[in-house]
Design a protein around this ligand. Structure first.
Ligand SMILES: Cc1cc2nc3c(=O)[nH]c(=O)nc-3n(C[C@H](O)[C@H](O)[C@H](O)COP(=O)(O)O)c2cc1C
Length: 201
């Protein structure tokens, strides 16, 4: 395959159209962030890259706190709205019918309608050019209990997570593998009972 060579661009995809909540319970704000990800396992660390002109920028810089709320199919419309309207002139929680919920470790509110909310505390701010990167420690994770089975396992694939790729929103599709499945030995199916198999050895 001979690919076209383009100038540098932000074409890593998909990214999460994350709903990032900030401010306080009394004056909550939420905006959409695609430039986010995990950068360390232990301690759990994340980042969000934010343009300084965003209303949320000053809120996060002053408080040093924010919450990343995962976006599901039913929240995509809100994610798009929160990504094109500013908290400077719109109460986006009320406009989108979102409920601000008290977080456990930070003053920034969580979004009750999101199945998974990640509480973050900023560790450093790095100016990169158009955006400043807030590197943050994850201080708590809040999960909808209906996604956790009796054994305590999280089933994140069951909540209709949304993805964003090059200006378009998508719903996560069917599961096509699990971690390490490519190197797992296939389990041999035997029709004979265990005793009969022992006799053959
Ligand atoms: C899908 C999507 C992803 C976005 N990703 C970012 C981002 O990573 N960083 C950023 O600063 N703005 C991003 N934006 C734009 C902000 O969400 C938008 O400017 C928003 O209105 C800012 O709200 P605020 O003024 O209330 O802070 C994104 C918008 C959309 C729709």
């Amino acid at each position: 395959m001979s690919k076209l060579v383009w100038k540098p661009g932000t074409l890593l995809a998909p990214v999460p159209p994350a709903l990032v909540s900030c401010g306080t319970m009394e004056r909550p704000n939420v905006f959409t962030v695609g430039w986010t990800g995990i950068v360390n396992t232990n301690p759990a660390m994340t980042y969000i890259s934010v343009r300084p002109e965003r209303y949320s920028y000053a809120l996060i810089k002053e408080s040093g706190e924010f919450v990343i709320n995962l976006t599901t199919v039913s929240l995509v419309r809100a994610a798009d709205f929160c990504g094109v309207r500013s908290g400077r002139d719109t109460d986006k929680f009320s406009a989108c019918g979102l409920t601000a919920e008290q977080a456990s470790q930070v003053a920034a509110p969580m979004i009750a309608e999101s199945p998974l909310s990640i509480e973050c505390r900023v560790e450093s701010v790095t100016a990169l050019g158009t955006h400043d990167m807030f590197l943050a420690r994850i201080v708590a994770v809040n999960v909808d209990p209906s996604l956790v089975d009796a054994a305590g396992r999280l089933h994140l694939g069951n909540c209709g997570l949304a993805a964003y790729a090059h200006g378009e929103y998508f719903e996560l599709g069917k599961r096509i593998g699990t971690f390490g499945y490519s190197v797992k030995k296939p389990v041999k199916k035997s029709r004979k009972p265990a005793k009969a198999r022992d006799k053959r050895r």
